[in-house]
Design a protein around this ligand. Sequence first.
Ligand code: HEC
Ligand code: HEC
Ligand code: HEC
Ligand code: HEC
Ligand code: HEC
Ligand code: HEC
Length: 423
Amino acid sequence: MRSFSLIFKQFSRSVLLIACFAFLGFSAHAQGDAAKGEALFKAKCTSCHKIDQILTGPALGPQLTEETDDKYLIKWIQNNQALIAAKNAKAVAIFNKFEQKSMTVFPELTDADVTNILTYVRADWKTEQDQKAKGGATPNGQPAAATGPSNTVILALFGVIVLAFIIILVLNRVIATLERLLLKNQGALITEEEVEGPVVDRLAGLKKLAKNKKLVFFVLLCGTLALGSWTWVTMWNTNVHQGYQPVQPIKFPHDLHAGAMKIDCQYCHSGAYKSKNASIPSLNVCMNCHKVVKTESPEIHKIYDALGYDPQTQKYDSTKMKPMQWVRIHNLPDFAYFNHSQHVKVAGLKCQTCHGPIQEMKEVYQYSPLTMKWCIQCHKRTNVDFKGNAYYTNLQQVHDLLKDGKPVTAALMGGIECGKCHY
Ligand code: HEC
Ligand code: HEC
Ligand code: HEC
Ligand code: HEC
Ligand code: HEC
Ligand code: HEC
């Protein structure tokens, strides 16, 4: 009997170990290199490349399946101009194939960064191919949430725990039976148990289970782990509205206007370049075209109704005007200050870096998580361009003064700029 409990002890210990390793393994996988690669790819490459489609540059999925020399690719991505200048045959070939359009150079990317990007692109392309092979279409444009442990990881973890629990239950049962058999053989089985029947027997079994300290500990541990991970994920995702896509009063298609027709974002969201808010265009902007375009569409008639415009008489009736109530999608809490012009004009970021492929969206959804972590991570990774920026020229002056041991006034630090004291 001793040996049974010994075996049981060893077994529970290994199950515990397996469960722990499974947990660690899964979490390590979730934050693997492809994730880093994805972030870099989205930040630096999506303006010219798609994985499955030719844009300014080649579709990277097929391209990277064809071109497997990573050493060459790393050199290409870090500084393609150097390769072309050195008359590298491959580089010159692709350069000519794409009508000598030039790709940006990325000297700031390390070899590891580029490898991460390559890993991500290849993995993404492979998943897409696999999905196609299975006949399942990719879900329409919705971004995969890339933050935190995924649902699969949690499900898998949960599965491992349940499985371990079942195995332990079954084994405990087997041990109990074997113990009873042994006792019976020794003629020491207490007659009470036999007469009391199966119900009491089961109860007694449960009681015995409850007394098994290792088992109780294990169950408690599993429970705590499961509850803990659930709480962790729920807390992280509280107030994160990534993917939020409300129903708008007019189904305004960005893919048509900003994509197919290539109307510049600035045409409608001019605020983004000169102020804090990007602003939503007034319906009069729409009328520049829709006075004559698609005049029969019921969606366009919603514009007419809101403006009190009569397409027959082509007259406006201001008494019938009512505001268009667009539902706000991106919304930071009031205590966080975000300024568009600072990012679009000064830092020169593309709208798509933060808002994703808007030009392909039928209806806009929130692409980025808009969490503080998201802001901070980009601030840590993005280099600031000091050239031609009065603010930084000023900082340079302050720096030089300090270096020479001269005093620096509050005025030099921006203390006479109106915006520092006035809202
Ligand atoms: C400004 C647009 C632009 C950006 C940004 C850009 N590329 Fe390119 N890329 C191109 C063009 C155009 C080509 C085709 C070759 C040429 O004309 O120079 C190309 C070619 C490539 C190739 C094919 C090289 C070969 O020989 O097979 C790879 C790989 C590549 N790009 C990766 C990247 C990665 C990774 C990034 C982001 C870090 C990136 N590109 C960012 C425009 C761009
Ligand atoms: C013809 C006008 C027009 C153009 C061009 C246009 N937009 Fe819009 N945009 C709108 C309107 C109207 C809305 C509000 C309705 C909606 O959310 O779909 C909007 C909403 C948005 C939103 C969501 C706002 C919110 O509530 O959080 C974002 C982000 C956005 N646009 C980005 C862009 C970007 C980036 C481009 C350029 C690639 C662009 N838009 C081009 C008219 C335009
Ligand atoms: C520069 C011209 C232009 C501007 C500005 C413009 N649109 Fe359009 N819009 C078009 C054209 C052209 C089409 C038709 C595309 C097609 O289907 O051939 C269209 C199509 C649409 C459609 C789809 C109609 C349907 O039934 O298929 C909607 C909805 C729409 N626009 C709403 C708006 C709104 C709202 C605004 C203002 C925020 C706006 N548009 C501004 C040119 C414009
Ligand atoms: C650095 C990231 C970033 C970039 C780049 C960026 N946006 Fe935004 N955008 C945001 C955030 C964050 C919000 C939410 C702001 C808030 O709630 O105060 C937002 C909100 C918006 C809104 C909703 C209305 C508003 O003004 O708050 C529109 C429309 C919009 N952006 C359009 C654009 C356009 C067009 C561009 C490119 C010219 C652009 N954005 C570039 C991060 C960005
Ligand atoms: C895609 C990258 C990116 C994201 C995302 C981003 N920022 Fe920035 N942000 C920048 C860059 C680059 C600068 C520096 C601009 C400059 O002055 O050259 C900057 C500057 C700023 C500044 C001015 C700092 C100073 O000392 O002048 C503030 C404030 C700011 N960001 C707030 C935010 C907030 C809030 C968010 C999240 C809602 C955010 N940013 C998201 C790239 C980003
Ligand atoms: C160091 C902080 C500071 C700076 C910088 C500053 N102001 Fe002021 N300003 C104030 C204070 C404080 C008051 C209120 C004084 C009072 O009520 O007597 C004020 C008052 C004003 C008023 C009068 C408002 C009223 O209702 O009487 C105006 C207008 C004004 N400022 C404009 C500006 C402009 C324009 C700039 C940039 C050139 C600027 N300020 C820079 C601190 C500042």
